[in-house]
Design a protein around this ligand. Structure first.
Ligand SMILES: [Cu+2]
Length: 188
């Protein structure tokens, strides 16, 4: 996004800045918060011995359970679908049953509707089998998987609100400037 400020329009730029600031404050209100994936089993990036019979995902808020709102796609490296039923949503927990004995990199693509009514989606992978020469670690798999990719989405609401406010003000400003120019022209 360009932050160019034309000196001729300095008061206008100041107005945009003020309104953008208001937008940022509004964006911080809880009503704008999206639910995010806070953990899964298997965790993102985990190595497991065999394909589990199900994947569970835990979200930061109670998701909206509407027809078609929730979707989970689980595939192996070849793109084979591994799901064996529709995903089951229970409050903050989403469960997807799997079938088969796929190995290698498993990709989980999910889409849910956040408690604020907005769709949220992302994906993560985990690995079944040792795949390569990677020695399995003796420790237990860590149950708390942070969804790294989800963080990137968190910033977007505030940014888009600011962009929206700036665009709106720019449109109003353009309209006002054009009307003023037209008025001036007709006066002479
Ligand atoms: Cu939202």
């Amino acid at each position: 996004m360009s932050h160019e400020v034309h000196t001729r329009h300095r008061p206008f730029a100041l107005l945009i800045g003020l309104l953008a600031a208001v937008g940022i404050v509004l964006a911080g209100a809880p009503a704008w918060a999206h639910d995010e994936l806070i953990g899964s089993d298997p965790a993102a990036g985990a190595h497991v011995d065999a394909l589990p019979t199900k994947i569970t995902m835990t979200f930061s808020g109670v998701l909206m359970d509407e027809p078609g709102a929730t979707d989970v796609v689980v595939t192996d490296a070849a793109g084979t679908d591994l799901t064996s039923a529709d995903p089951v949503l229970d409050g903050t927990r989403l469960t997807q049953e799997l079938s088969g004995s796929a190995t290698g990199t498993i990709t989980v693509i999910w889409r849910v509707v956040s408690s604020d009514g907005h769709p949220v989606s992302d994906q993560f992978t985990f690995t079944v089998g040792d795949g390569s020469a990677v020695a399995p670690t003796a420790s237990a798999p860590s149950p708390s998987a942070s969804a790294d990719d989800a963080d990137a989405q968190d910033a977007s609401p505030a940014v888009w609100i600011v962009v929206g406010v700036v665009v709106l003000i720019a449109l109003i400003g353009t309209f006002v400037a054009l009307s003023a120019a037209k008025r001036r022209r007709s006066e002479h």
